[in-house]
Design a protein around this ligand. Structure first.
Ligand SMILES: Nc1nc2c(ncn2[C@@H]2O[C@H](COP(=O)(O)OP(=O)(O)OP(=O)(O)O)[C@@H](O)[C@H]2O)c(=O)[nH]1
Ligand SMILES: [Mg+2]
Length: 216
């Protein structure tokens, strides 16, 4: 059998998920909160840009503020903050390339080789979905950190749109329940040289300021 064709950056649309309620931040629009002086969602746009062919933002409030980043902005079609899977659906509906890469707006240190490593795994395994698996919090020094799936970091084949329409129309809201219906490969991000805090996310303003102090 011939080797699977590699996936190139221009075939991937990057989607920044910024459509949540931000309730643990007191209901603020999380993607517009500053991290070292730049809005979190803009960090994500700038980090994704070089890795993909084009970037979209998914947001449900303050759309003009997101539009000022210079990329297309799409709100959820599903009502009432149905969760990140509603953002996946919006992204797949708007995606004009064969692959969609989702990232949340609240994880400003995600790897610069995120797309290439997920794409290599997806192509190698001929999978439908490649999902990040990474340490969630710093453990004791020297200890091997456990890896956990990071379901909002997913590379998806755009042909999954029909499946996600059916799943969400049936009331499905959990990312892992949907991805379990498809050939999903978990991609570990714990190589030597991988930053241990690359997937730290900020759910509260305290977490955001702590992350900021670590990396200012
Ligand atoms: N499109 C869309 N994205 C969402 C929705 N809910 C959460 N997200 C996004 O999914 C990612 C992970 O969600 P959370 O960390 O729970 O963020 P959040 O829901 O804004 O915050 P909380 O209200 O505190 O849970 C973030 O990037 C959110 O913007 C939603 O209803 N629609
Ligand atoms: Mg939430």
């Amino acid at each position: 059998m011939s080797a699977p064709a590699p996936i190139v950056a221009s075939e991937i649309t990057g989607l920044v998920l910024a459509g949540g309620r931000g309730s643990r931040m007191g209901g603020v629009d999380k993607g517009l909160q500053n991290f070292n002086g730049t809005p979190l969602a803009l960090h994500a746009v700038l980090r994704l840009g070089p890795q993909v062919g084009q970037v979209l933002v998914n947001a449900n409030r303050n759309l003009a503020a997101y539009e000022s980043f210079g990329v297309p902005v799409w709100p959820d079609g599903l009502a009432d903050y149905a969760g990140p899977l509603a953002g996946f659906l919006t992204g797949l509906e708007r995606c004009e390339t064969p692959y969609l890469l989702t990232v949340p707006c609240d994880t400003p240190l995600f790897p610069l080789d995120l797309a290439s490593r997920l794409a290599a795994a997806l192509a190698d395994q001929q999978a439908d979905i490649a999902m990040v698996s990474a340490p969630e919090a710093a453990g004791p020094p020297g200890a091997a950190a456990s890896l956990f799936p990071q379901p909002v970091f997913c590379l998806l084949r755009a042909t999954l749109l029909d499946s996600l329409v059916r799943f969400t129309q049936g009331g499905g809201r959990k990312i892992d329940k949907w991805t379990a219906q498809h050939h999903t490969v978990l991609v570990p991000f714990d190589r030597p040289g991988d930053a241990a805090d690359a997937f730290f996310n900020a759910n509260t303003l305290t977490e955001l300021h702590t992350l900021e102090r670590q990396r200012s």
